[in-house]
Structures are given as structure tokens and as C-alpha cells.
Design a binder for this molecule. Structure first.
Ligand code: UT7
Length: 327
């Protein structure tokens, strides 16, 4: 129960990550398709990506990241209330990845479900978890982004296959009664525009006979929308909280392209040292990219307790959104 001086919030208590052992450099991609390290680096900032071995599925990687996040939070799996997984590359149509992870972790009392919002999957999952925690439906949620895009890439298309990689990131959110200026998720803002579906999509799935599905993207069009929609989403978060960009300690963006990230950072007037970049290390891991970046910056000591951080993402749908939280 909250008394009048406190407010119930979803508080970040742990993070975890998993990247497949196999690293594929730009030079190795250049041996596979007509591209070069120079082109990939200049246009995207990507230097390498991780590609999964057959056993490194969304469930396997998500469970590893989730286990690490629970350990960091000091929360026993048996005490966990719910698991939400943002993924577009599940092992099975069902059971959901989240339910398979529940089994792997021994999280006996947790319920779980997957959420499909492409590269915005983590922000969407965070938003749902935040609402469940604030309304008292659960006391703790493991939010995971886990993706194996190497399995949906068209390796004949150099315009897309060099951009993506595999991995998983996870956070634990727990309900806490905190002072209004204290820690926790302050806001989330979600958006979709189905009219822009044809600029970034997977051309099949289990429900489409004979079409397992490959990623298709009009990169130039996605790029054109990305900076303005993302700037809009972060401005919306700041306005809703009566804050300015100067109040933000770190921007932790979806890691798709360094030029998009730099564009948003510049529009906000944020110096580069306050923008977390990991896209060089793992390319675009879709729903996994924000928790991977967050985990990196928390474990290397850049993001310290009390920091105000702004998350943003845009992906297929189109879907996009932002989240503001104090860690
Ligand atoms: O997670 C959210 C979803 N994704 C994104 O946010 C990605 C958004 N888009 C982008 O990041 C960029 O548009 C790309 C990185 C995909 C492409 O960069 P660009 O500066 O927009 O390049 P472009 O598509 O305009 O292509 C420029 C040239 C073309 O050649 P011509 O027509 O100018 O002769 C392409 O054929 O680069 C060529 N090209 C390549 N060259 C070498 C395209 N892919 C490659 C490649 N290697 N891998």
C-alpha cells in the first residue's frame, strides 16, 4: 500500500545479457556478399555481429539473459511474477518463448507471454510490465528481448543482411513504493502506423503457406522516418514529465544505425558521451538491442544509481516509442 508521500513504481533491479559465441566481422560479411567494411562502418557504425549456433534460439538466449538479470536483482526465479518477451523470431509459434523460458528458469509461479512489436518490442514489453506493476497485478516482471535475425535474413540482399545480428537482453522490474522524485519508470509512450508496413516487414510466417519469411526493408525510407519519429517520441516523454534534454543523464537508444542515433542525439542537443552506443559490437538485434545497451552501460559503470535515462526505439509496423526511467 502506498501512503500519500510515496508512489508505486516499476523499479529496475537487475539486467542481464547473452550474445552468441560466433562473431562475424564486416570483412567476413564481405566474403559472403558484395559489400565492404568501409561501407558498413560509414553507413551504419556496425563493425561486427553475433550469429547463433543452432542451439542458440530465442528461448536459449532469453533464458541466459533472464537468469543473469534475476541474479543481478537478487530475485529467486520461484518468486518471479511474470515474464514478457519481445521477439519476432520465436522458436515455436506456441508455446510462447516466455513460457519456455519460464520452464528453463524454474520460475514456477510466473505467467508469461510474447509480444511482437519488432525492434520496438522491448519498449512495448517494458510499457506493459510497468502498467502491471503499478496496478498491483504482479510484484515483479522479467522483461526480455531475444532475437535470432540471422534466421530471417536474406543473404542475397546486401542492403539488409549486413545490418542485423542475434542476441538477448533482459531486465527485472519490481514494484516499489518510492518518493515521487525517486527511482522507477516515469513514463512510456507507444505508437504504431500500419500504413508504413511495407517499408520494413518479414514476408511470411507459419500462417502463410510456403513462406517461412525473410526480412525486407526499404532502408532509405525507414531512415527518413526514423529520426523525426524518434525525436517526436523522446520530446513527448520529456514534455510529459516537465523535463528538458538537459535533465537526461543518458540516452539508451535502439541500436539500428549510428547515424540515426547521432541524429536523435543531435536534435536533443546531447553530447556524444551521454548517448550509449553498442551497435558497433552486435549490429541491430531488434528487441534485444536496448537491454543489451543498458546492461553494457550499467555494468561498465557509466549509468549509476539515480541516473535519469531515456529509451527510444523504432521498428517494423511501423512501431515506435520511448520510455523514461530513473535507475
Ligand atoms: O531497426 C529499425 C530498422 N532499421 C533501420 O533503422 C535502418 C534504417 N536505414 C538505414 O540504416 C540505412 O538506410 C541503410 C544503412 C540501410 C542504408 O544506408 P543509406 O545511406 O540509406 O544507403 P542507400 O540505401 O541509399 O544505398 C546507397 C548505395 C546504393 O548504391 P547506389 O544505388 O547509390 O549505387 C546501394 O546499392 O549503397 C549500396 N548498398 C551497399 N553497398 C555496399 C546497399 N547496401 C550495401 C552494402 N554494401 N551492404
Amino acid at each position: 500500500m502506498s501512503d500519500q508521500s510515496t508512489i508505486r513504481r516499476a523499479v529496475l533491479t537487475g539486467t542481464g545479457a547473452y550474445l552468441p559465441a560466433q562473431i562475424v566481422t564486416n570483412a567476413e560479411m564481405a566474403a559472403r556478399v558484395d559489400t565492404s567494411d568501409e561501407w558498413i562502418t560509414e553507413r551504419t557504425g556496425i563493425k561486427q555481429r553475433h550469429f547463433s549456433a543452432p542451439h542458440e534460439t530465442a528461448t536459449f538466449m532469453g533464458a541466459a539473459a533472464g537468469r543473469a538479470a534475476l541474479e543481478a536483482a537478487g530475485l529467486a526465479p520461484e518468486a518471479l511474477g511474470a515474464i514478457i518477451v519481445g521477439t519476432s523470431t520465436p522458436d515455436n509459434a506456441f508455446p510462447a518463448t516466455a513460457v519456455q523460458i519460464q520452464r528453463e528458469l524454474g520460475a514456477k509461479k510466473a505467467f508469461g507471454f510474447d509480444l511482437a512489436a519488432a525492434c520496438s518490442g522491448f519498449i512495448y514489453a517494458l510499457s506493459v510490465a510497468d502498467a502491471m506493476l503499478r496496478t498491483g497485478q504482479v510484484e515483479s516482471v522479467l522483461v526480455i528481448g531475444s532475437e535470432v535475425y540471422s534466421r530471417i535474413l536474406n543473404f542475397e540482399d546486401r542492403g539488409t543482411c549486413v545490418l542485423f545480428g542475434d542476441g538477448a537482453g533482459a531486465v527485472v522490474l519490481q514494484a516499489r513504493d518510492v518518493a515521487p522524485g525517486g527511482v522507477g519508470v516515469l513514463s512510456t509512450h507507444l505508437h504504431s502506423d500500419g500504413n508504413l508496413a511495407d517499408i520494413l516487414y518479414v514476408d511470411g510466417a507459419i500462417g502463410r503457406p510456403g513462406m517461412p519469411g525473410h526480412l525486407v526493408m526499404n532502408g532509405r525510407e525507414v531512415f527518413r522516418h526514423a529520426v523525426s519519429l524518434l525525436t517526436g517520441a523522446v520530446t513527448e516523454a520529456l514534455t510529459a514529465n516537465n523535463l528538458t534534454a538537459a535533465d537526461i543523464d543518458f540516452l539508451v537508444p535502439h541500436q539500428a544505425n549510428k547515424r540515426i542515433i547521432d541524429g536523435v542525439g543531435k536534435k536533443l542537443g546531447l553530447p556524444p558521451e551521454r548517448v550509449i552506443i553498442t551497435v558497433d559490437q552486435h549490429a541491430n538485434t531488434s528487441a534485444a538491442s536496448i537491454p543489451l545497451a543498458l546492461h553494457t552501460a550499467i555494468t561498465d559503470g557509466r549509468i549509476k544509481p539515480g541516473a535519469l535515462i531515456l529509451l527510444e526505439a523504432l521498428g517494423g509496423g511501423l512501431t515506435w516509442g520511448s520510455a523514461l526511467l530513473r535507475v
